[in-house]
Design a protein around this ligand. Structure first.
Ligand SMILES: Cc1ncc(COP(=O)(O)O)c(C=O)c1O
Length: 425
């Protein structure tokens, strides 16, 4: 069981709302730090363990700075994410560049920062070499797609149908080519699950990666400095689900490391991960007010937020818990579809959800929106991206992104339109 509560007093919400009307996102800095530490602590048996926080989950430099202070690196997948990591003071091997279908300019930018390049495809060995002026960096990594050896899960799909990574056979060719091109230090990466809550799943992935690492080392005569097990640790979106047992995830990985590598004479590689959701997911809320309550064939509560603020429910059918301020203990004896205002019928945060009686003006919290929430926003129907607040460990709310204005939206038109609206936000 994971009770779904909002950790800050109403007074803090009122202060935020006075500056940025709903909808807006709120993050809990103390919670984020606690979760980053819990992951590090679970892997404390592994010297040098590090989580490279997946920037795509919560791409805001204030969050990255907070996590940098706790020892996290950054996992980037694009030019913008590299720039955000750099802005947060992360450079060099603090940055993992795990991209796919990568433009040459992004390889070049990542290499300029000294980031660890994690290649997604055999062809990228040569593509990256050319993009970097003929020379690969001293340290390189490649992403394994284990294919049939591993089942996927709902979000990321079956590995053999996923666009990511090298086949195991291509890994031999890829590392051989990198070695021939002068690469001296090696890492290996796999990420085959998203929002996975079963600890054994991670142990299984580790077994596959460690087994391949041993074969690659023996065949090619190379030593692996690190193993990156990717992100994908899940969170309990539903109140009747439990937190992932990180101690069990870690114990399973340790068991596989001992059985596959240590017992066979291999030096244990440094372990790392790229978790995003497990760190910030439960520490973010989308706050929104009910605009309309509509009673037709069903009851609808129309919010001032829409799937442009949080699209997980619409694209994955994902569950996000909804609570109503001031009605936390009221009986959930009415059933609503909780909707946004997009001209798309899948713009629903919840379908057939038992909730207390709702009225226009009610303030609702949509829980577990801290990862892949604001980040996935878009502008369809001219919806504006919302503000983001980070409530610091001392309880003080810090505005870390203002809300978009119509002028922001129209700035790229040629010629741009200026409305002057919302400039003070
Ligand atoms: C390469 C890579 N690393 C890390 C992550 C972060 O995943 P999560 O936030 O589920 O941990 C993702 C998510 O899509 C990813 O594609």
């Amino acid at each position: 069981m994971t009770p779904k509560t909002f950790p800050f007093p109403l007074e803090t919400v009122r202060r935020m709302e006075a500056r940025t009307p709903t909808p807006f996102h709120v993050y809990d800095a103390a919670g984020i730090l606690r979760r980053a530490k819990a992951l590090d602590d679970a892997f404390s048996w592994s010297p040098g363990f590090r989580n490279y926080f997946a920037v795509k989950a919560t791409p805001n430099p204030a969050v990255l700075e907070l996590l940098k202070g706790a020892g996290s690196g950054a996992d980037c997948s694009s030019m913008a994410e590299l720039a955000l990591a750099e802005r947060a003071g992360l450079r060099g091997e603090d940055v993992m560049f795990t991209s796919n279908d990568t433009p040459a300019a992004e390889f070049a930018a990542a290499a300029r920062m000294g980031a660890i390049l994690n290649l997604d495809d055999l062809e990228h060995v040569e593509f990256a070499r050319k993009a970097l002026g003929g020379r690969l960096p001293e340290l390189m990594c490649a992403r394994l797609n284990p294919g049939r050896a591993k089942e996927g899960n709902a979000i990321i799909g079956k590995p053999e149908e996923a666009k990511y990574g090298f086949t195991p056979e291509q890994m031999f060719e890829g590392y051989h080519a990198m070695k021939e091109l002068g690469v001296k230090r090696f890492g290996i990466h796999a990420m085959v699950a998203s929002n996975e809550r079963k600890p054994e799943y991670f142990a299984e992935t580790a077994r596959i990666v460690f087994t391949l690492l041993a074969q690659l080392s023996r065949t090619l005569g190379i030593e692996f400095e690190f193993v990156d097990l990717g992100g994908g640790i899940g969170i309990p979106y539903r109140p009747d689900e439990d937190e992932v047992d990180l101690a069990a995830v870690s114990a399973g990985v340790k068991r596989e490391m001992e059985n596959v590598l240590v017992k066979n004479g291999f030096k244990p590689p440094r372990l790392c991960m790229e978790c995003g959701r497990a760190i910030t997911g439960p520490c973010g809320w989308l706050l929104s007010r009910v605009l309309h309550v509509k009673d037709t064939y069903k009851k609808y509560a129309g919010l001032d937020a829409c799937m442009a603020n949080l699209m997980r429910p619409a694209i994955y059918g994902a569950y996000h818990h909804v609570t109503v301020f001031g009605k936390e203990n009221a009986p959930a004896d009415e059933v609503y579809d909780v909707t946004g205002s997009l001209c798309e019928n899948n713009d629903k945060f919840a379908i057939d959800r038992p909730l207390p009686h709702l009225e226009p003006g009610d303030l609702v919290a949509i829980h577990d929106a801290g990862a892949h929430g604001h980040a996935m926003g878009f502008n369809y129907n001219g919806k504006l991206r919302s503000a983001e607040w980070l409530v610091m460990p001392d309880g003080e709310p810090r505005l870390i992104r203002r809300a978009e204005t119509l002028d922001d939206l129209f700035a790229t038109l040629v010629p741009p339109i200026r409305t002057g609206e919302g400039e003070t936000r």
